[in-house]
Design a protein around this ligand. Structure first.
Ligand code: KG4
Ligand code: ZN
Length: 337
């Protein structure tokens, strides 16, 4: 039997300080997530400077907790994986510098991981039998990509957003409706009480056969709708606006993902990223997949939003491929897949 490989993974690209122990790329021994949401809520979004300072305060404790909850010591760890982009540069640097210090002191391989690749790999943790090829929609606060996953580490980008990311659109609409931050989960919740057909917001499918997205049109349409009501001194029905907005976004995301999976002859349509936690998206996609004979997969919500376990999974497959990083690895805020 081959020896187990345990990776200590660190994620600090935005407002979650996270550390995890992951065995053989798929088994999570611990996954500690210290969220700063309550701090950033007051400002209606993530304040980069504050995020960096909080990461500094939290990171050692989070790593200690990941080790103790996983029942292991640093001596048992085979490699250190860390997110080096995309993300907020100051935030990324805290995780990266910590990972480098640990790798250097313990003479362990350092593995820099792309955050978007991490989101995709969350599915390897959730679905033990899942292997590429499959088509994946990565939708979060910073990105909306349709990716053809050809093999571990082999990605073909089929489409991406031309303006706002899907999660960003949820966050902006939630702010306009006075729901708070982060918007996605709040819109998801209140939309359950609303009518998704109440307002016909536009769906941007773009050119025939395009897998790109655009969410700026629907964002403006919702803002215009709210403005026109306010000019008449009328109050919006927040549940109806939320449900109608969410339905329009979900229609486009799910139609494009299913079309992309069909185009590639993929038997799987897979979701990843924070927006993958959306209940309507999961439901709609599962129904559409069923009709086309395409299996729809998504991770548990805790593995959809930012976490270090997904970085540990991606790091494991990089280690297998011999893709370790040099000690002068820098943070790359706009890193692409
Ligand atoms: O992946 P993630 O945690 O961080 C980034 O890499 O950006 O994604 C966060 C985004 C936020 O925009 C948040 O509003 C959105 O994911 N989100 C959701 C839901 N849960 C989180 N959007 C829609 N429905 C949800 N249930
Ligand atoms: Zn993310």
């Amino acid at each position: 039997m081959e020896k187990d490989t345990v990776i200590l993974a660190i994620e600090s690209s935005c407002d979650e300080t996270s550390a995890a122990l992951v065995k053989n790329g798929r088994e999570v021994l611990s996954n500690i997530i210290s969220s700063q949401i309550n701090i950033h809520k007051k400002f209606g979004g993530v304040v980069p400077e504050v995020a960096s300072r909080k990461h500094i305060q939290n990171i050692s404790g989070v790593i200690d907790l990941a080790l103790s909850q996983g029942g292991l010591k640093l001596d048992d760890v085979d490699a250190i994986a860390v997110t080096y982009g995309p993300g907020l540069v100051g935030a990324l640097l805290i995780g990266l510098t910590t990972a480098k210090a640990l790798a250097y002191a313990r003479k362990l391989p350092l593995i820099g991981v792309n955050h978007i690749e991490g989101h995709i790999c969350a599915n390897f943790i959730e679905h033990k039998e899942l292997e590429p090829p499959f088509v994946c929609l990565v939708a979060s606060g910073g990105h909306s990509h349709i990716v053809n996953v050809l093999g571990h580490g082999k990605y073909e980008i089929m489409g991406m957003t031309r303006d706002d990311a899907a999660g960003e659109a949820f966050d902006k609409i939630a702010r306009a409706l006075g729901l708070g931050y982060p918007g996605g989960p709040l819109v998801d919740k209140i939309a359950r009480e609303g009518n998704p057909n109440a307002i016909d917001f536009p769906r941007a499918y773009l050119e025939e056969g395009s897998y790109d997205f655009s969410f700026s049109g629907i964002k403006s349409a919702v803002l215009n709708y709210l403005n026109s009501l306010s000019m008449k001194d009328l109050e919006p029905n927040i549940a109806d606006v939320s449900a109608s907005f969410q339905q329009a976004v979900v229609d486009v995301l799910s139609d494009k993902l299913i079309a992309a999976a069909e185009a590639k002859g993929s038997s799987y349509a897979v979701l990843a990223g924070g927006v993958a936690a959306n209940s309507k998206l999961r439901e709609e996609l599962s129904n559409k997949g069923l009709k086309k004979g395409i299996k729809v997969l998504y991770p548990n919500p805790i593995l959809c939003t930012d976490n270090a376990a997904m970085i540990g999974s991606a790091g494991y497959y990089k280690l297998l491929r011999g893709e370790t990083s040099p000690m002068n690895l820098n943070a790359v805020p706009n890193l692409t897949l």
